[in-house]
Design a protein around this ligand. Structure first.
Ligand SMILES: Nc1ncnc2c1ncn2[C@@H]1O[C@H](COP(=O)(O)OP(=O)(O)OP(=O)(O)O)[C@@H](O)[C@H]1O
Ligand SMILES: [Mg+2]
Length: 257
């Protein structure tokens, strides 16, 4: 028996008669990096919006740790440990890197704006914030103003503020989008590193990233699951290659280069 952290059953979302997500059965194993891929408009982001209850499914069910969360509210979802990166990672550009992580931690502890808290608890907070910064290789930048960070480092900071929420399941929607080579490599390694002891569901167009870190891949096309399996399996699937034709076909090949 596989240990599923997340399962959807016939998850469906219609927008005015247009079926963006169509009877999707997603099974995410605990501790894995699970990728959701597919051509533009396949329904990937809509799936994420459904999982975080940003939008309500038309039909179907969502189970987290075997518990039916289909009608849970977004705040309840977050409290249960499903955290989508960008949702809470609105980093404050004029604060330092350390301050940003500290705010994430205070939010987690529900102590935001309790300025009367003791020095001892502030020290404890700083220690935890520094540990998270170390985890994403940003410790040396702790006193830098956030806006001065290079793009890839900002994404690393976003990941640190996400980790501050103690996610059991992290949802990352195109984490390497708009990045140059070096940043892509850095963030890819970072995702692999922070996946230890956690589960990650990632939407990503870069097949090099997918092939190097994803344990399992679900391919969506026009709202439905086209294929599922490891990289070797899905990248050689004729239906997948056809869905990607003209665009990612080359990319799928390129990942082996
Ligand atoms: N709020 C909405 N109202 C109407 N249609 C929507 C809405 N949100 C998404 N759609 C449509 O649903 C389809 C799936 O969109 P979605 O954003 O989930 O795709 P995606 O797989 O994330 O694509 P991309 O790779 O471009 O990010 C698209 O055709 C989109 O236009
Ligand atoms: Mg999208």
């Amino acid at each position: 028996m596989t240990d599923l952290i997340l399962e959807t059953k016939k998850l469906t979302k219609e927008f005015l008669g247009f079926v963006a997500v169509n009877a999707v059965d997603l099974r995410v194993e605990r501790g894995s990096i699970h990728a959701l891929i597919g051509p533009n408009g396949a329904g990937k982001t809509t799936c994420f919006n459904l999982l975080t209850k940003f939008i309500t499914p038309t039909s179907g069910e969502i189970f987290f740790n075997s518990q039916n969360i289909t009608s849970a509210k977004p705040a309840q979802i977050a409290r249960k440990g499903i955290i989508r990166s960008f949702q809470i990672s609105a980093v404050f550009p004029n604060m330092t890197v350390l301050e940003n992580v500290r705010i994430g931690l205070q939010r987690e502890e529900g102590t935001s704006f309790h300025f009367w808290k003791s020095d001892a608890s502030l020290d404890k907070l700083n220690d935890r914030a520094r540990a998270l910064l170390a985890e994403v290789d940003l410790l040396e930048f702790q006193d830098h103003i956030t806006s001065s960070l290079p793009y890839g480092r900002k994404r690393a900071l976003e990941i640190a503020t996400t980790l501050a929420m103690e996610p059991e399941l992290m949802l990352l929607d195109e984490p390497t989008q708009g990045m140059g080579h070096e940043d892509v490599d850095r963030v890819t390694r970072l995702i692999k590193k922070v996946s230890a002891g956690r589960t990650i569901l990632i939407v990503e167009h870069n097949m090099n990233v997918i092939s190097s870190i994803a344990d399992r891949i679900t391919v969506l096309a026009r709202g439905t699951v086209l294929a599922e399996g490891d990289y070797a399996t899905v990248s050689t699937n004729p239906a997948v290659m056809e869905a990607y034709m003209g665009t990612a076909d080359a990319v799928l090949q390129g990942a082996h280069a």
